[in-house]
Design a protein around this ligand. Structure first.
Ligand SMILES: *Cc1c(COP(=O)(O)O)cnc(C)c1O
Length: 397
């Protein structure tokens, strides 16, 4: 399948289906598929195309460079980029028809300069810090930023198409801060409209609120994690509870399989010691590939789960830079080259990205998005009309 003895197989059919499911869950809103960070590790362009096939009319990214990569790949859907620092290539973004978020007064200046440089009108979304305390203009600074944007709009330099925000407690459905944050956004929009703004899209919901709170869907929802078939609210159940299908399966070939006697330590520090003569395997993926070292099997506790031939085993001992160990048991029939699944759809009780997150004390976002560049992405299930070039699609990013 590839020369590297491991891969992330990304099911684009699952991405299309998840995009459709999210659209059905938010029938009053447009779907902005969030594809930042190389589509959470799944591969930017194939995922973006699949999301559009699944009905997403917008794509969302953090960095301007990510938006430009979408355009360079021929993606024509609306694209919003929301995180950049002074000196970002905003003129290129405006020339490439990318919508830009504005989160600070300096950004208004830089957007205006990009408009002068390109002679094109910029579409902007004003981000309001309604309480997250991260990016966005605090309510008390809004009037000045709004005045500046509406002046530029009167000159034809910008179109203020969006006002938006992001939630602090979306993964705790029902948390009272969410209605309060939404109220601050609604108040800001009402004020802008009193001053003559004509806002096309108001948006505040990422995956969690798309899945759990229709009152927050507004005109557009911005799901990322759910597009990949994972859930930000695992306390409510697995992805299947929402009709989502995990898109990524990470698998490897066993590099070495051998017998070891009882009482033999495995991996650095011998945190795992065989309790009987057994067969052990080496899985050729490690922390440099994004396998969290916190998922080690140490102190008598099993590490993160591994699926081997329909059995559910666990990482034994320390996760190393390039490899992890597994105790296959005294009666193992596995041989070098046999397949090990780190995580996948979870069908038939197989391990999931959520299992890995639980084992490592983190969230599934981090498990998929930190998968390293050395691991080839293999995209399957592309819509034939998207005519992927297999060579390019499988290249290491
Ligand atoms: C990453 C991000 C999203 C998507 O979040 P998910 O929880 O993955 O759905 C939406 N909006 C903003 C501003 C983000 O940074």
């Amino acid at each position: 399948m590839s020369r590297f003895p491991a891969r992330a197989v990304v099911d684009l059919g699952a991405v299309r289906s998840n995009a459709r499911t999210l659209g059905d869950l938010a029938p009053t809103a447009q779907v902005m598929a969030v594809v930042k960070a190389d589509a959470y590790g799944h591969g930017l362009l194939p995922v973006a195309r699949a999301a559009v096939r699944g009905g997403a009319t917008w794509l969302g990214v953090a960095q301007v460079t990510e938006a430009l990569a979408l355009r360079a790949g021929g993606v024509t859907a609306r694209v919003l980029a929301w995180l950049y620092a002074p000196g970002a290539p905003l003129a290129e973004a405006v020339a490439a028809d990318v919508d830009l978020s504005v989160s600070a007064p300096w950004a208004v200046e830089e957007v205006a300069a990009a408009v002068r440089a390109t002679g094109r009108t910029a579409r902007v979304h004003l981000k309001v810090d309604t309480g997250l305390g991260r990016n966005g203009v605090p309510p008390e600074d809004l009037p000045a930023v709004l005045d500046a944007l509406l002046r530029l709009e009167a000159e034809g330099a910008v179109r203020l198409v969006g006002m938006w925000s992001h939630l602090a407690f979306a993964d705790e459905p029902g948390h009272p801060s969410m209605a309060a944050q939404a109220a601050v956004l609604h108040e800001a929009v009402a004020d802008a409209e009193r001053r003559g703004a004509r806002i096309e899209v108001r948006h505040i919901a990422a995956s969690a609120s798309t899945l759990t709170d229709p009152a927050l869907h507004l005109d557009l929802v911005r799901p990322g994690l759910a597009l990949y078939g994972l859930t930000p609210v695992p306390q409510l159940g697995g992805p299947d509870r929402f009709g989502l299908v995990p898109a990524m399966t990470v698998e490897a070939e066993l590099a070495t399989v051998k017998r070891l006697p009882a009482g033999h330590g495995l991996s650095y520090g011998h945190h795992y010691v065989t309790d009987r003569a057994t067969t052990v395997g080496v899985v050729p993926l490690g922390y440099s590939d994004g396998v969290p070292r916190h998922a080690s099997g140490v102190g008598g506790a099993p590490g993160a789960p591994l699926g081997v031939g329909g059995r559910r085993l666990a990482v034994a001992g320390r996760v190393c830079m390039d490899q992890v160990m597994v105790d296959l048991g005294p009666d193992a029939t596995e041989r070098a080259g046999d397949r090990v699944v780190l995580f996948g759809t979870g069908a038939d009780g197989g391990p999931t990205a959520q299992d890995w997150a639980d084992a490592a004390g983190t969230i599934s976002y981090e498990i998929v998005s930190r998968l390293g560049p050395r691991v080839p992405r293999v995209h399957v299930g592309a819509d034939p009309a998207d005519a992927p070039s297999p060579r390019i699609e499988q290249e290491v990013p």
